[in-house]
Design a protein around this ligand. Structure first.
Ligand SMILES: N[C@@H](CCC(=O)N[C@@H](CS)C(=O)NCC(=O)O)C(=O)O
Length: 205
């Protein structure tokens, strides 16, 4: 049984897609059409009751949550070295992943997915109004954390870089100028230059 990734364009599911390309393992893609709200269809609920992407179907079963999927894939292919064995480096990679999942992604969602938190039009507008400010503050912290080298772990490429890139692609649309964060901008450019990233991106335009 090969791996199957359920994904949608412009989403965080780009991260596991890139990792599958980086690893060079066989995989299938199943695209979910957000314009048709397919993520909330009954058929998709049978695949992921959370109504979100990504989902990775593996020989063990289905897995949700970007960080868990990245960890699983990277740990299943230790030869690639994308999730270091060293406990400190592994924790630093997780530190970035957890920050992206729990804080940055959630701040981004306040622009287009505010109805998760409120039905009140004024509250939705108020949430949207904070998005650029919140993400700018998040980027300042990430920028400071990139001080030891090009990658999140300094000179070592890891799954944290893939995750950071997928989230960084939202910045422009959220009103954040990545050029104001030179290390983050250099990270973005370096990611875009990777052949595996280009192969994945070609399907997301
Ligand atoms: N915590 C989840 C969040 C996944 C998530 O929110 N994905 C978004 C796309 S970026 C989604 O599927 N949204 C669909 C919706 O809210 O209807 C993860 O990190 O994988």
């Amino acid at each position: 049984m090969t791996l199957t990734l359920h994904l949608a364009k412009g989403t965080v599911a780009l991260a596991p897609h890139i990792l599958l390309e980086e690893l060079g393992v066989p995989f299938d893609l199943v695209w979910i059409d957000f314009r048709e709200n397919e993520q909330h269809s009954a058929d998709y609920a049978a695949i992921n009751p959370k109504g979100r992407v990504p989902v990775l179907t593996t020989p063990h079963g289905r897995l949700t949550e970007t960080a868990a999927i990245l960890n699983f894939l990277a740990a299943s292919h230790p030869e690639a070295g994308f999730w270091p064995e060293d406990p400190w480096l592994r924790a630093r990679s997780d530190e970035m992943a957890v920050y992206l999942a729990s804080t940055v992604h959630v701040n981004h969602a306040h622009k287009g997915r505010g109805s998760r938190w409120s039905d009140d039009a004024a509250a939705l507008e108020s949430m949207r109004a904070k998005v650029t400010e919140n993400l700018t503050a998040n980027c300042a912290l990430i920028e400071a954390g990139l001080s030891s080298g090009l990658w999140v772990l300094g000179d070592r490429f890891s799954i944290a870089d893939i995750y950071l890139f997928a989230v960084s692609r939202w910045l422009q649309g959220d009103g954040v100028k990545i050029a104001d964060f030179p290390r983050l901008a250099a990270h973005f450019d370096a990611m875009q230059a990777r052949p595996a990233v280009q192969r994945a991106l070609a399907l997301h335009s």
